[in-house]
Each structure stands twice: as structure tokens, then as C-alpha cells.
Design a binder for this molecule. Structure first.
Ligand SMILES: [Zn+2]
Length: 168
């Protein structure tokens, strides 16, 4: 299981799943802003329930190329690309990785790369996560699908954070 940030924020419980679970360092970074989720994530990581791994550069390049091919690279964050790269790496090692995500762009690129995914509903989670982008330097906020990855005010690269979780 390759886990994205939204899975954790939506209430995914690593202890409820027996399969090996893995994520990338930037997911850990994105979760730091959310205290309850952060505690659960940290506990799971310390118990070895979740492994945190950086994908190889080779796999990262392949994931990026696949995202460009399906035209979704623009909507993928660096974290998303790394998760896809990590899944690719495990597949190359003979595993059968599954990305846990509700993000359509990740799902599209995963399909392109022949990698399986599972939506959060599979785990009984029915909350949708809304992202927003923001500038870490001048704090200007942008919509998640904003047409640039740079802040128009000061030129800093934008980061993302959850707006709030909406129950469906
Ligand atoms: Zn700015």
C-alpha cells in the first residue's frame, strides 16, 4: 500500500490494514500541520507499521514522464509524483503496489503506468479532501487548480495544504 497525504487526513488507519504500508518523506512534512493525524502517523511510523522511503531518481523521472504523457503533470504535486515513483519502484522489485488515493490525477497516471490504486471508500472512508495552494513566503492563497506553481506576488514556489475536509 502506497499512502498519500489525503488518505491520512481523511482518517485512514494504518493499524486496520495488514499489508505493508509505505509513503514518502514529503507526506510526513504535509501532515505536520494537522496535529491529530500527525500523532496517528507518527505512532504508526514508530511501530514500523508505515515505512517512509524516498523513491530513486530513475523512478521519479519515469513517473514524471508518465504524468506528462497523460497531461496530468500540472495537477500533480511533487509529493504525488514521488508517491507514483515509489509505487513504480516497488513494482520493478516484483511487488504489487496499490496507491491509496482519491486524487484523480494520481489515479490517471497510475493507470498509465499499470499501477493499481484503491480509493478511500474501499476503507470505509467517505470524506473528500479539498486542497489549496499557498505561498510560504508572502502567505497569498491560491485555488488548488491554480494555473501556476509560482506565487504571482513574490515568485516563490507554492506549497499546498488541506482547506478543510468536507463530509459527503
Ligand atoms: Zn508569495
Amino acid at each position: 500500500m502506497v499512502l498519500d497525504t489525503s488518505a491520512f487526513l481523511a482518517g485512514y488507519d494504518p493499524f486496520s490494514v495488514n499489508e505493508s504500508q509505505v509513503t514518502v518523506p514529503s507526506v510526513e512534512e504535509e501532515l505536520r500541520t494537522n496535529s491529530i493525524t500527525w500523532v496517528r502517523f507518527k505512532t504508526a511510523a514508530e511501530n514500523g507499521k508505515i515505512k517512509i522511503k524516498t523513491p530513486t531518481e530513475e523512478c521519479w523521472k519515469k513517473a514524471k514522464a508518465s504524468a506528462n504523457m497523460v497531461g496530468d503533470s500540472f495537477f500533480l504535486s511533487e509529493t504525488d509524483t514521488q508517491l507514483l515513483a515509489l509505487a513504480l519502484e516497488f513494482k520493478a522489485e516484483g511487488f504489487n503496489p496499490q496507491i491509496v488515493t482519491d486524487d484523480y490525477s494520481i489515479q490517471n497516471v497510475a493507470t498509465q503506468m499499470g499501477i493499481e490504486f484503491a480509493s478511500l471508500a474501499t476503507f470505509g472512508i467517505r470524506r473528500l479532501l479539498e486542497w489549496m495552494r499557498y505561498c510560504p513566503a508572502c502567505h497569498t492563497e491560491y485555488p488548488a487548480d491554480y494555473g501556476s506553481t509560482m506565487c504571482t506576488v513574490c515568485g516563490t514556489e507554492l506549497k499546498r495544504k488541506p482547506r478543510r475536509t468536507a463530509k459527503t
